[in-house]
Design a binder for this molecule. Structure first.
Ligand SMILES: Cc1ncc(COP(=O)(O)OP(=O)(O)O)c(N)n1
Ligand SMILES: Cc1ncsc1CCOP(=O)(O)O
Ligand SMILES: [Mg+2]
Length: 207
């Protein structure tokens, strides 16, 4: 079985972004060390989400990388993704586990130890923990929990903690020192002038 990836790239489908080009560049660098999470804007149709997920899934399969789908678990199943990710406004973790089945990868969002433990008890196989730092990528987030918050969650659970929000290559050492297994990024790759080079920097910082 592949080791669980430490670098998670979440697709950026906002206007002007090029999610598939960014995914292709990141896969060239990180290959099986990458998980790509297909995330579309709330207003996207299921058809749009399916078409993007099917293309990402094919690119991931070629590179032996992990493919996850955010929120829309029927699309994860439809494209044969490796799993999905749910948060507080999505299916409850237990229900998500029933939908995906016992072997799928299931991520859940948590920002503090109690919800993290409940998610693991409900069947989460990894946790997306944050916001670690401030970010402009997503509106309406609660205040950042910082490396202390990451450490509190990482110390409370036995599944991989993936730190999210405002993550850069420079911040990876302190996140790893706090107990994060890996990181999830949008802007660090999607807004990079050279996503290939930016993936190299993230990958090297995670080694
Ligand atoms: C790895 C990872 N961590 C957290 C999230 C956020 O999920 P959620 O809280 O459900 O918010 P949306 O991404 O659905 O807007 C994530 N997607 N991935
Ligand atoms: C989807 C999501 N959920 C919490 S923060 C976030 C976006 C993180 O984006 P960035 O890596 O650009 O800060
Ligand atoms: Mg969600």
């Amino acid at each position: 079985m592949r080791p669980f990836p430490r670098l998670h790239l979440i697709t950026d489908t906002r206007p002007g972004r090029e999610p598939l080009a960014v995914v292709a560049a990141a896969l060239k660098v990180a290959g099986s060390g990458l998980a790509v999470q297909v995330r579309v804007e709330d207003g996207a149709t299921d058809r749009e989400a399916y078409e993007l997920a099917a293309r990402v899934r094919a690119l991931c399969a070629e590179a032996r990388a992990t493919c996850l789908v955010n929120d829309r678990l029927h699309i994860a199943l439809a494209v044969g993704a490796d799993g999905g990710h749910v948060g507080a406004l999505d299916l409850p973790v237990e229900a998500a586990r029933r939908v995906l089945g016992p072997r799928a990868i299931l991520g859940a969002t948590a920002r503090e130890p109690a919800t993290a433990k409940a998610a693991v008890d409900g069947g989460a196989s990894y946790l997306g923990v944050g916001p670690a730092y401030a970010t402009t990528t997503k509106d309406g987030l609660p205040p950042p929990i910082g490396v202390e918050g990451i450490a509190a969650v990482a110390g409370a659970v036995g599944v991989p903690v993936i730190a999210i929000a405002g993550v850069t290559a420079e911040r990876i050492p302190e996140l790893r020192a706090a107990g994060a297994y890996g990181v999830a990024v949008i802007g660090a790759l999607s807004a990079a002038p050279d996503p290939y080079r930016a993936t190299e920097a993230l990958r090297d910082a995670l080694r």
